[in-house]
Design a protein around this ligand. Sequence first.
Ligand SMILES: [Zn+2]
Length: 125
Amino acid sequence: MPRFKEHFVQGAVVAGGRRLISELKSNSSVGLGELIFKVVKSAATGGVGACGPDFLEPAENAHHRKFFHSYAAAGALGVSREKVKSADIDPQLKEILDDLGIGYLVHLGADAITPKGLPMTGIKL
Ligand SMILES: [Zn+2]
């Protein structure tokens, strides 16, 4: 995975930063230790999520971007994230899924702005 570290860091920074802002904006009275724990947990989870596309479609050549590296996958993930938001599931699981999704989308965003870009669906008919 040529850009593994780069994608991990991008996902970690965005998911961790997002969690930090979200916690600071909320009126919860978490202590500094818990705040740091939440931000680090989100950063680590976001970093893992950002490795998702290349885990599913390893970057072994310039044409590795198929469905899991496509705008269609980003859209499907966006819809899934909305479903998870309103689902009646454990709030901690929601946070984990949210951070994984953010990381995945960060990877796709980073790949989208490369000269190769992303395919619309990555599926050849
Ligand atoms: Zn990629």
